[in-house]
Design a binder for this molecule. Structure first.
Ligand code: AMP
Length: 280
């Protein structure tokens, strides 16, 4: 695996790849890699694509400075995992390399209502920061395909919008969420949970699945209330939301249409998110 910490050598390498007619599959991450990240890279490695993973903990997408400070950094183990699955390139830039003019947001991305609901509402500025970093990474890495996890459902919608705004021909591939056998969605933030907390956190998966059977028979506000009570009873400390939304727009869900159950809740200071698609 080649590790690039700066842009120029990467671009020289990219030119060679292009001249050999190679296609680039790109997986942007914030590191603390787990099987979920690796599944995206494995998907990108199919069809003979050259795989590029980036690791960059982007300061501009954290609305909570403490969350940024506590974000796990496990670079050595990340590199080992990437090598073990045959990743071709790791792009591992510094903040200065990514934002030579400072990390202040230069461009406003017109995300419409996506920015004001769910993660957008609870993490003001988060999606602008995500667009800032992904836009910059796409300009540098110049992939043919970008692979992202359904685990961050709203983020996938935001990136689809970003690609439209950039009038980009890059194709977004959304991959399924990898879970522990307990149902807990794999997440870098799980590293901050104790064994006991990990067990309790499986309540998100259980609660979402229990909601599926009740979607068409119980009014949404009652479902939300019941879900919140279940999560609190299971040991979560605060529930930001646990509710069905329209799977295409994230607007209010109407019976007879595809739903996505979206959930965000705090276990201690660790905020976990997950979702479940329910086809009509
Ligand atoms: P992160 O490092 O958390 O920014 O995640 C990098 C990419 O990995 C994003 O596209 C995530 O949606 C994806 N991802 C995170 N967790 C999982 C998972 N459990 N299964 C599949 N993809 C995931």
């Amino acid at each position: 695996m080649i590790i690039f910490r700066t842009i120029l050598p990467y671009r020289k390498w990219l030119r060679e790849q292009r001249s050999q007619g190679k296609s680039i599959g790109f997986v942007p991450t914030m590191g603390a890699l787990h099987e979920g990240h690796l599944s995206l890279l494995r998907a990108a490695g199919n069809n003979g694509q050259t795989t590029v993973c980036s690791i960059f903990v982007n300061p501009t997408q954290f609305n909570d400075p403490n969350d940024f400070k506590l974000y796990p950094i496990t670079t050595e183990s990340d590199i080992q995992q990437l090598v073990s699955i045959g990743t071709d390139v790791l792009f591992l830039p510094s903040v200065e390399e990514m934002y030579p003019e400072g990390a202040i947001q230069q461009t406003y991305f017109e995300l419409g209502n996506l920015e004001n609901i769910f993660e957008g509402a609870f993490r003001p500025g988060h999606f602008q920061g995500v667009c800032q970093v992904v836009s910059r990474l796409l300009d540098i890495v110049a992939p043919h395909n970008i692979y992202m996890g359904q685990k961050d459902y709203q983020q996938c919608m935001v990136i689809a919008r970003l690609l439209e705004l950039k009038q980009s021909a890059i194709s977004l591939k959304i991959m399924p969420t990898l879970r522990e056998t307990s149902g807990l969605a794999m997440s870098s933030r799980n590293m901050r949970l104790s064994e006991e907390e990990r067990k309790k956190a499986t309540a998100i998966w259980r609660t979402m699945n229990e909601m599926v059977g009740k979607l068409s028979s119980i009014p949404v506000p009652d479902l939300e209330k019941e879900a919140e009570q279940k999560l609190l009873a299971a040991g979560f400390d605060k529930v930001d939301y646990c509710t069905p939304a329209d799977a295409t727009t994230l607007g209010p869900w109407q019976p007879g249409t595809d739903a996505v159950i979206l959930c965000a809740a705090f276990m201690g200071k660790v905020r976990l998110i997950d979702n479940l698609l329910v086809h009509a």
